[in-house]
Ligand binder design. Structure first.
Ligand SMILES: C[S@@+](CC[C@H](N)C(=O)[O-])C[C@H]1O[C@@H](n2cnc3c(N)ncnc32)[C@H](O)[C@@H]1O
Length: 330
């Protein structure tokens, strides 16, 4: 049954469709459900009574846990208010790992503090068996001077040349703002947010499922990273947009043999364990102190060791439609 769904976006109600997916069959499940904030979706009324919304959420969350493998992860994106309820459901069915705080402005909610982050709940189906990889992101720098934003004092020499290990607070990924990257959808997530989650929790050829696929962000991230995907989505127009975009994508978000996440012409997430191999692709500071003023950059093809050049050519993402990825150095 699962092979009928693999690498497809299926139109329909996720509660019905999830029932067709076998127990313990998916490596990572990610959900970005409607937030019950009266958003203007085409096929879904985003304004249920409180208890009706929570009952509905509990049903699809239970299904997500059921279909996730014992080695797998369950990730839920929402505003903090709903995540507090989700955590109560999930604590009975899975093992809490993290509340990731994604620094991104959200809609004002009346007389409150200005909401400035979304949360991503990260649960392991079974903590002891969880598949998990530490990931790194580039050091934060001043946009104009390129100097490191944080003062590391005398410890600069010991900094990792690429960047820090990713923590549970993410401040380096911005919401999709430019219209040229936006679809006809009220709340599309950035692809590299999903790429980071996928690199952390899955391997090549694993399967990722998103029950609220929207215009296909999770599926695109999975395809770019050589993973299988299953997207479920109620609205046929969103399904069509996702399928059109997926047809333009290739599984080639790589440097040599390693899957990495790009944004514009930069690598913005890589696995810590891949650094040993990936460092050959980067211009590293000669003196450790140079890290202060010099952002890490990718080498040009002629500077990469000859033994790696063929792999680089194979991995070039030139067939991507996104104009930003056309500017990649290789
Ligand atoms: C917050 S959006 C997801 C956006 C998505 N992460 C993206 O980046 O495009 C929620 C989506 O869930 C869909 N939806 C609502 N109810 C659904 C249901 N019962 N089954 C499947 N999809 C549903 C909506 O049409 C909407 O596209």
């Amino acid at each position: 049954m699962i092979s009928l769904y693999r690498n497809k976006i299926i139109q329909g109600d996720c509660l019905e469709l999830l029932k067709q997916i076998p127990d313990n069959s998916i490596d990572m499940t990610f959900a970005d459900p409607p937030f019950n904030l009266k958003k203007g979706y085409k096929s879904y009324r985003d304004s249920l009574a409180l208890q009706e919304y929570l009952n509905w959420c509990e049903q699809w969350i239970s299904e997500m846990v059921r279909i996730t493998k014992p080695t797998g992860s369950i990730l839920l994106h929402n505003i903090p208010k709903w995540l507090t309820y989700y955590a109560t459901f999930l604590n009975q069915m899975a093992d809490f790992k993290h509340w990731i705080s994604w620094d991104a402005p959200t809609s004002p909610m009346g007389k409150t503090l200005q909401p400035n982050h979304y949360g991503i709940l990260f649960y392991a189906k079974q903590a002891k068996q969880l598949k998990f990889y530490e990931v790194r992101y580039p050091h934060k720098r001043d946009r104009k001077s390129s100097y490191l934003l944080k003062n590391y004092g005398g410890k600069k020499g010991g900094l990792h040349p690429f960047g820090s290990l990713v923590s549970d607070v993410w401040t380096d990924i911005h919401r999709v703002k430019h219209n040229k990257y936006r679809d006809e959808h009220p709340c599309q997530l950035p692809i590299h947010l999903l790429e980071r989650l996928i690199l952390m929790t899955t391997d090549e050829n694993d399967t990722v499922l998103d029950p609220f696929s929207g215009t296909g962000t999770t599926a695109i991230a999975a395809k770019r990273l050589g993973r299988n995907y299953i997207g479920l989505e109620l609205d046929s127009d969103y399904v069509q947009i996702a399928e059109n975009k997926l047809a333009q994508e290739s599984s080639n978000s790589k440097l040599g043999n390693c899957w990495v996440s790009f944004y514009l012409d930069k690598v913005i997430t890589l696995r810590d364990e891949d650094w040993q191999y990936l460092q050959e692709f980067f211009q590293l500071p000669v003196l450790p102190e140079e890290i202060d003023a010099a952002p890490i950059t990718l080498k040009s093809i002629s500077q990469v060791p000859v033994t790696l050049q063929n792999q680089v050519k194979m991995a070039t993402p030139t067939d991507r439609q996104d104009s930003y990825l056309q500017t990649i150095l290789f």
